[in-house]
Design a protein around this ligand. Sequence first.
Ligand SMILES: [Zn+2]
Length: 202
Amino acid sequence: MATDDTHDEPQHHAHVDETIDDRETWARRRREGVPTGKNLLVVACMDERIPVEEALGLDLGDAQIYRNAGGKVTDDVIRSAALTTNFFDTDEIIVVNHTDCGMMSAPDDAVRDGLETQVGDLDEATIDPSLPALSLGDADVTEWVRMTDDIDDACAAQVEYLRESAFIPDDVMITGYVYEVESGELRRPGDRVAEEISERRT
Ligand SMILES: [Zn+2]
């Protein structure tokens, strides 16, 4: 970048040019095959209380982030994970579920009734407008919605689903965490330390 030797400071256009160059490089990342900073895909619940980047210590550009209701490994998570691990340099997936998830807020029957009221005949409903062949088949709609009984068990299960998927290479590292909305901390699924240390020893 040229600077004017007669001035102590570079002319301001140099700073502007640098900003433009940085932006162009950023925009060209995908064309040039630049992977995410941490070669990472995060699958997390869409709940607004989870600051995913902050909780995992991620900066802009570090990871691809997929958020859906419950942070569940649905067919579209498998699709996304398959693409990024096979055709991009992603070699790690982190699942983030959380306490007080809305997926634990209602029994299956209430969810089924609510959707039936909206949709009508659930057996005939299209779940993917561009892929009519993808249907619920014999599954109950609640298997599609995937309400949750226990968040730690659910988190461990999502990790297993990803590990077992034939679409995802075996050497991809897959880990799950439970984000505690009450403390703002992550824990490994099953590590309910607070409960253990808050009760009388038996
Ligand atoms: Zn949630």
